[in-house]
Design a protein around this ligand. Structure first.
Ligand code: FES
Length: 143
């Protein structure tokens, strides 16, 4: 199994960053992949439009855990606008690639962050941003 994954994926899988829960988080996003049953939950602490803390819980495959770990590292310290722009491809690239059959696992991370940001926006009485996930897990096969 090791051969198909980059060193970076294996490293984040073995030693994931930002695992856990933020009590009273400002935004929480939970997404699931109906095919494999994997679930990802992301918690955001937001101060002055900036993500000051982030934690995740992922019940899923190794690629999903590595993607959550990397995605939380990428959004930490970013403004909401900057964090919104971080795509699943950026997460996969930061992981030095994912096998094609595992790309959908990184989509979960993008979706969970978008959900958490929009949950925060709704709580603030703001319009949620449009979520577009052209490579959504719904049309990708789960291995
Ligand atoms: S998220 Fe389902 S196999 Fe990776």
């Amino acid at each position: 199994m090791t051969g198909v994954y980059s060193e970076k994926v294996m490293e984040h899988f073995r030693n994931p960053r930002n695992v856990g829960v933020i009590e009273d988080a400002d935004g929480v996003g939970e997404v699931g992949n109906p095919v494999c049953g994997d679930i990802m939950k992301i918690y955001l602490r937001i101060e002055n439009n900036r993500i000051t803390d982030v934690k995740f819980q992922t019940f899923g495959c190794g690629a999903a855990i590595a993607s959550s770990s990397m995605a939380t590292e990428l959004v930490k310290g970013k403004t909401l606008e900057e964090a919104w722009e971080i795509s699943n491809r950026a997460v996969a690239e930061a992981l030095e690639g994912l096998p094609p059959i595992k790309m959908h696992c990184s989509v979960l991370a993008e979706e969970a962050i978008h959900k958490a940001i929009n949950e925060y926006r709704k709580k603030q009485g703001l319009e949620p941003w449009a979520e577009e996930h052209p490579h959504s897990h719904d049309d990708l096969e789960c291995a």
